[in-house]
Structure formats: C-alpha cells, structure tokens
Design a protein around this ligand. Structure first.
Ligand code: ARG
Ligand code: ZN
Length: 873
C-alpha cells in the first residue's frame, strides 16, 4: 500500500544519542549500535531494519529473548516501560554482496576497492536497526575499526575524536558530530584513498580543514573540485550569510554510485563523474557540472542538513531550494543569461515530458510507494523554479530576509514546505500561502496571452489566461499565482515605458504582472504604436506560454530583445514554427525563411558573442519537438529538424561557415576561461552545419579536429560529427579513442554514450556489439546509463524502431539490472514514459512489452512502481 502524506504522524520514540561501532571488512562487517531513546507517544518501540542479521538485542542492559520482540517485514518491534530507554543491537552485514549500492557497500574490486555508505533516502536501515525517518534527529558518535593495511583511511561525518592502533594489525578512529542530524545524513568511508587538502577560514572565523579523497589513480584530478569547493563556501557566506560548522569537511569520489552525489554531514560522497576533472578527459560541460554539484552538496549543509525535511514528501524543501541556490551560484561564477538558458532548456527536456506523462506528480507528492523514484526533475528542477518565483516576488533583500528567518527559526528542525512559505512571507509581511498550490498541483500550466492594441485610445490590453491540463486522480485545479515579467517593443525594436491603467507615470520598461485568477486583463496606457510583447522574461514562471506570434514579431525580438534569455526564447519559438514548415514540406515557409534570415544576419553581427550565438544556432532538440506533434514519429521529427538546419547552413553559406570555423580553430587552446569555452561551443555548431551542407568538408574538418584537439570538448565533438557523417570514416577514430582511454572509466563512459546516440536503423546492432565490449558491465551505474540509458532516452530514432526489437531488448536488460540494482533499473525504465504518444505501430509494440514486464511478480518495488505507473499511460 502506498504511503500517504495525509497519514503523517510524529515519531512515537525519538533517538537523542547514537553510538555506533563498526568492525569493517569486505565480506562481513559487524555493527554495534547504542541508542538512547525518549518516548513521545505511548506505543511500542519500532525500528526499521532491512537485510540485517540480528546477533543480539538488549534493552536497558538486558538481553531480549526471541519471544520478547517481533522481527519481520523490515521492522523490529518490542515494548519498553519507562519514558527513556537504551537499546543496544549487534548486527552483521555483507558489504561485498551489496550490488544495490544502498547501505554499506564495496566500490571497486575486493583487492583494491573501498567501503562506503549511501543512506538517503532509506539506506540507514540497511546498516542498523533505527527509526529511519528524517524527523528523528540525533547526535552521533561513530567508531570505526578495521585492518590497518587494507583500510588505512577511516572516515565518518563529524569532528575527529581520536584514533589509534589495535592488536593484530588493526586500528580505530572515532568521530563525534555535535549537530543533531537525521539518519539519512550518516556516512562512513574506509579503504586505500589519497587526499588533497586545503584550509579555509569561514567568515565567522572557523578554521576548516578541507580534504578531497580519491583512489590513487584519480587524486591528481581533484584540484578543480577543491577550487570549486572554496568558491562555494565563500559564496554561501556572502550571499546567504551561511558558514560551515565543523572543523573538517571531507569529499570522496567513487565510481560506483547510483546518483550524482550525496550531502552526508561533513562527509560528502560523489559520483566520480561530478568530482574528477582534467583537460585531457573532461569536457567543458563536465567542468561546469563539477562546479555546480560541488556547490550543491556543500549548500545542503544549511538547506537540508541544519534545516531538514519532516518527511520525504517534503523532499523539494531541500532539493528545490538547493538547486536554486546552486543555479544562482553558477550564474554568479559564469554567464547569468547563459545559465538561465541552460536551466530552462533542461527543464523543458526533462521535466516537461515527465509532467506531461504517466509519471507526472506534484513538486510535493501526496503519496508514494518507493521514495527513491521521486528524486525527479519535478522535485529538483521544477522545485527550483518555484523557489525562484518566490525570490522574484520578494526581491533580493526581501528574499534574503526571508531566508535568514527560515534558517534562524528552523535550525535543528525537520520542517515542511508550509514552514518555508511562512518564514519567507512573515519576514516580508506578505502571505505566500497561495503559492502552496504550485507545490500541490502537477502538470505544466498553460498561459495563453492575447494582446489588443487600440490606436484611438493609445492603449494596449493584454489578456492572460491560465489552465492546467487535468490529471487523473487530482481534484479540480486551483488558479495559481503566475508572475509574468514583460516588456513591450515598438516596431523599431525600442522598449516602451510602461504605465498600467490607474498609474500616474510610467515605471520603467520592464514590469512584472501577476495573474492570480483564471483570466485577467492588464491595460497599458500611452502606447504609440502596436507593440510586440516580450513575455515571461527570464522565464518568470515554469509554464508553457501560448501567444500567437507572427514570424516577423519573433524575428524582431530575436534581433532586439535586451533580455538575453528572451532573445534566445524568441529564437526557440521561431525555430518551432520553422520546424513546422520543414516538417510539412513548406521549404519557402515564412517562419523557416525568417529564422534562417535572422540567424544568418546575427551570424555576422560582431555584437553577438560566441556563446550566445552558439545557443541561438541550436534549435529545440528532438525530444522537445515531440511536444509539437499530436503523435510521435521520431524519424519524421529528426528528418524535419535536419531539413531546417540544412536550410540554415545553406542560408549562411559554406564559405562563411568555413571562414568562421577556421578563425575559431586558429584560436583553439585547451584553456578553461569563458571565452575559450564559448569558442569551442560555437565551433561545434558551425562544424555540424558544415557537415550538413557539405559532407565532404565536414568529414575532413572533423578528422583533423579529432587529431589535433587540445582538449576533450573538441575531441569528442569531432568524433561525434565524424561518426554522424560517415560511420566507416569514423571507425578508426573510434577505435583510437577506445585505446587511448583504456582504463579511464569516465572517458570510456563518454565513448559509450557518444555511440549510443548515433541515430537510425543501425543503432540497435551497434548497441548490442558495444554490450560485448569487455569494458561494459551491468554492475556499474555510470556504464549502464552511458550505454543503455543514453540509447533509450537520447536516441529516439534508434530506440523507437517500428519492429519493437529495442523495446524487447530493454525489457530483458531491465530484468538483469533489477536483480543487481533496483534504483538503477527503475531510473532506466522511465525511458518508457512517453509510449502512449507514439504513433500506433510503435505504441502497440511498446505497450505489449510494458504490459508483459509490469505483470511480473519477481521485480523490485522500485521497478514495479515505475512500470505500474507507466503502464497506465
Ligand atoms: N540528496 C542527494 C542530492 O544532492 C541525492 C540523493 C539521492 N538518493 C537516492 N537514493 N535517490 O541531490
Ligand atoms: Zn540535493
């Protein structure tokens, strides 16, 4: 039965103090726990525990015999008489057999690998018996014991509190965390690791030792992460007044991790993909991801750890907020408009399809059967958009005051979204509770806008309407508060001063109006000519805007809009219309013509910087374009998109493209500064256009670029262009890359993923031969995502074969993955999300496979949950 938000009850017993002692080894570990409990409600003590071998249970010093407790169904239950009691358990674990990477497990080989833990959301119950829920906050003392030669490094969260040798070549180390925390933030690491270190003095004067740990072959790839960590700490001190609160901060890299990274108190653990970086094997995007994820996990120390979630329904309280903080940091460190473009593109690519399909759920779900399946784009990315809306509503100072109150009022507590809205609101004397509806309703709202210009009255009336498509099982939709930031442009491209009806004087050329009801009219006075509205500037709300722009209106915004985001957005909208032309065979269509004409002009405009130009030259991807189709035929979408890009290449002309490409190549170095990154981005777009317009040129340039590339970004881009242009010509380079990076797991992941994306009929055979590569394994989540995840999610023409062969293959692989790692299986299975909107032949094929798979009774709860929801369509 699902768990319901409405059923929430506070814990019957809390744990004030936890003492854990681990005897660690690869095959078998023993865990002694001593819990000091306090009664809140007159009920038995119930402790969660999964897959634990119980060796001994004592209550207040007395061993309980078998008849005195009940053990079953993931729960240990017994009674206690007083209002406080001390429970002691001893359990045994089998780390090397733990392929699910939840709880205590082994990363790497038995000989050289290391032990680590992952507890969020409910992994701690795989380590010891405990009330494993985020509203039980306890002080932890952790002692680790292990063989000194095999496990020279012993780490746990908290401040170090002694270490020393033991008989028989063993040693111990103890850690005390003074800050009460929920069990999901517990972590330990033990093994042969190396470190780089730096000191940081916080704004409030604490000297903190920072250590980043990695396996010996990776330790020289941690410097960038260390710089990013120091930048993050400074930024949180300045932007939010938040200081770190322990004497040490550890960060550890592992190649075996289900998610991106984890904010365990004082001991963050990272998927190596988001921590290691070096020019030879990392792309520019990866450098930015490392910076962002390091910041994200660090920022959790306040938004998540010091103030945590009451229950898992509130997950976005920490994740949406922390993604927003991370986005703001990245915008400050890099280009703010480009960051906004990147964030919105991700929202549209990942969250909009999720919210439009069977896995749609509110940012705060009201029920779940497996919480691991709710670490979604909706909880993270849409959740961040909601915080951004609130921040926009309050303004920078008001938002900071609100956050100060939130942190001060709730420090050391486990709270709810309502608490967050109340603190932000009360600090500003504003009622923000109407925004709760955004957290409770799923689906992407559609805002339709309609502008009427009255020349006689010199008035512009803008009508805004909202509607959110109904979703089964959800009550009637309430109207949401929707902030719409806007400007009005005159036909020459000038922004007009804005005076709303009833106001004495105009107030700037940009305003935010808030739509509170189903429909509202905003009247602007003194407008001299029919304007072109620039709406939802900066993407001021996570909605789909419907406004019937003519191509030349979008072209005007694309040329003149000063808001970098909306300029790009006008280009995306125009590209959407151009795509319709290309798909329907209108090679002379007005939109296609306007899109290619403006971009060709911007291509030569020195005022447009390389980075923005690269973004402008990138139309929406095949996955976003699905939204423009009533029924999805991936091949048609791809063909039409290529036709529109071909028309663009022809309009700019091969000589101009070549000239630009040569100029960018002449400046190519491996440097990481923004200008160098922008040049590489643009070069990649230009090379792709050349390859479309003149395949022979494209092939030759790509081969040379591959050979001479000073860094991974150029190398990988060239390889991918070459492979798209001519599989035979690419074979040699692909084999070369494989040899060059043998043993470099992260580089090989890119090699698998690049090939997994190559489109068309031959894709499926390619995948199957890649599966036979000795470096491929179903046991490593990154490898599975690189090959199987990429193929199923990012290769629409290859995966959605009309014969359904790839669907059957995926079902088969899901069974094998599920037996090893349910979380990974469930995540890969979300690739079936959009099956109902496929054209009939593919839809039938997909449905048959999903129905057969979801009727099986031997699947994990994770996979059963995803398939069950997907099957309903
Ligand atoms: N809290 C982690 C983050 O920073 C993610 C952990 C997800 N874990 C999981 N089992 N789903 O976003
Ligand atoms: Zn997070």
């Amino acid at each position: 039965a699902p768990i319901l938000l409405a059923d929430y009850r506070p814990p019957a017993w809390t744990v004030e103090q936890v003492e854990l002692t681990f005897d660690l080894a690869i095959d078998r570990a023993e865990v002694d726990a001593r819990l000091a409990l306090r009664r809140k409600v007159d009920e038995p003590i119930r402790l969660n525990g999964e897959g634990l071998e119980l060796i001994e249970l004592k209550v207040d010093g007395r061993v309980l015999s078998e008849g005195e407790y009940i053990l079953g169904d993931g729960m240990l239950e017994f009674t206690a008489t007083g209002d406080t009691c001390v429970v002691e358990t001893r359990v045994a674990l089998r780390p090397a057999e733990n392929t699910a990477f939840e709880g205590l497990y082994l990363s790497g080989s038995r000989e050289t690998g290391f032990l680590l833990t992952q507890c969020e959301a409910e992994g701690f119950r795989h380590i010891t018996f405990f009330p494993d829920r985020p509203d039980v906050l306890s002080r932890y003392t952790v002692t680790l014991r292990a063989d000194k030669a095999r496990f020279p490094v012993l780490l746990a969260g908290g401040n170090p509190d002694g270490s020393g040798d033991l008989p028989e070549g063993r040693h111990w180390a103890r850690f005390v965390d003074p800050h009460p925390k929920p069990s999901y933030l517990f972590a330990l690491v033990a093994g042969r690791l190396e470190r780089i270190s730096r000191d940081h003095v916080t704004a409030d004067g604490r000297r903190v030792a920072l250590h980043i740990w990695a396996e010996p072959d990776a330790i020289d790839r941690c410097d960038y992460a260390m710089d990013a960590l120091v930048r993050s700490m400074r930024w949180d001190e300045d932007a939010y007044g938040r200081n770190y609160d322990l004497d040490v901060f550890h960060v550890v890299a592992t190649h075996d991790f289900n998610m991106g990274a984890m904010e365990n108190k004082g001991l963050n653990i990272f998927n190596a993909k988001y921590l290691l970086a070096d020019p030879d094997s990392s792309t520019d995007d990866e450098y930015r991801h490392v910076e962002a994820v390091v910041a994200h996990e660090y920022f959790h120390n306040w938004s998540g750890n010091r103030v945590t979630c009451r229950d898992w329904f509130q997950l976005s309280l920490k994740e949406g907020l922390t993604v927003f903080r991370e986005q703001s940091f990245s915008a400050d460190m890099n280009s703010a408009p480009l960051k906004r473009i990147e964030d919105v593109a991700l929202l549209r690519r990942a969250q909009f399809p999720e919210d439009a399909g069977p896995l749609s759920h509110p940012v705060r779900p009201s029920q779940y059967s497996e919480i691991n399946n709710f670490y979604t784009a909706t909880v993270y990315e849409k959740g961040a958009e909601l915080v951004r809306m609130l921040a926009g509503r309050l303004g920078p100072e008001g938002f900071r005051q609100g956050m100060d109150l939130y942190f001060a009022r709730h420090d050391g507590q486990a709270v709810t979204i309502e608490d967050f809205l109340r603190a932000l609101g009360e600090a500003n004397g504003i009622d923000l509770m109407p925004y709760l509806a955004w957290y409770e309703q799923s689906g992407t709202p559609r805002i339709s806008a309609d502008g009427r210009y009255d020349a006689a009255q010199r008035r512009y009336r803008l009508t805004l309407r909202q509607r959110t498509p109904a979703v089964d099982g959800q009550a009637a939709r309430r109207p949401l508060p929707v902030p719409v930031r806007l400007s009005l442009f005159d036909p020459s491209g000038q922004a007009t001063p804005l005076r709303l009806e009833g106001e004495a004087a105009p107030d700037g050329v940009e305003r935010t109006v808030v739509l509170h009801t189903a429909e509202q009219v905003f009247t602007f006075e003194d407008i001299a000519q029919a304007p072109v509205p620039s709406l939802l500037r900066g993407f001021s709300a996570p909605v789909i805007l419907e406004y019937d722009y003519a191509p030349d209106e979008l072209a005007l915004l694309l040329r003149h809009d000063a808001d970098g985001f909306n300029r790009w957005e006008a280009g995306q909208q125009l590209a959407g219309l151009a795509f319709d032309d290309a798909r329907d065979g209108r090679q002379q269509g007005a939109a296609l013509d306007a899109w290619t004409t403006v971009l060709a002009a911007l291509f030569h405009d020195p005022a447009v910087d390389d980075a923005l130009l690269a973004e402008l030259l990138t139309p929406p991807g095949e996955i976003e374009l699905v939204e423009r189709q009533p029924e999805r035929d991936p091949q048609r979408i791809r063909d039409a998109r290529l036709r529109m890009l071909g028309a663009l290449a022809a309009r700019i002309g091969v000589p101009a493209l070549r000239q630009r490409y040569d100029a960018l190549s002449a400046m190519a170095r491996g440097d990481l500064d923004a200008a160098s990154q922008a040049r590489r981005q643009l070069k990649r777009r230009v090379l792709d256009l050349i390859a479309l317009a003149s395949p022979d040129d494209g092939r030759a340039l790509a081969r040379t670029q591959y050979e001479r590339a000073p860094a991974m970004t150029d190398r990988l881009a060239a390889l991918s262009t070459l492979a798209l242009a001519d599989a035979d010509a690419a074979a040699e380079a692909i084999a070369h890359f494989r040899r060059r990076y043998d043993g470099n797991a992260l580089a090989l992941d890119k090699w698998f993923a690049m090939q997994a994306q190559l489109p068309g009929d031959s894709a499926f055979d390619r995948i199957r031969s890649l599966e036979a590569d000795p470096a491929f394994t179903l046991k490593n989540p990154n490898r599975v995502q690189a090959l199987i995840g990429t193929f199923a999610r990012a290769n629409p023409t290859g995966f959605h074969r009309t014969d359904g062969a790839a669907y059957r293959w995926l079902a088969d692989r899901l069974l094998a993955i599920d037996a090893l790692n349910p979380q990974v299986a469930a995540r890969v299975a979300t690739a079936f999300n959009g099956w109902k909107r496929l054209e009939p032949v593919r839809r039938e094929a997909a449905h048959a496979v999903i129905a057969a798979l979801s009727s099986r009774r031997d699947l994990s709860r994770d996979l059963t949950d995803i398939l069950g929801r997907v099957a309903l369509g």
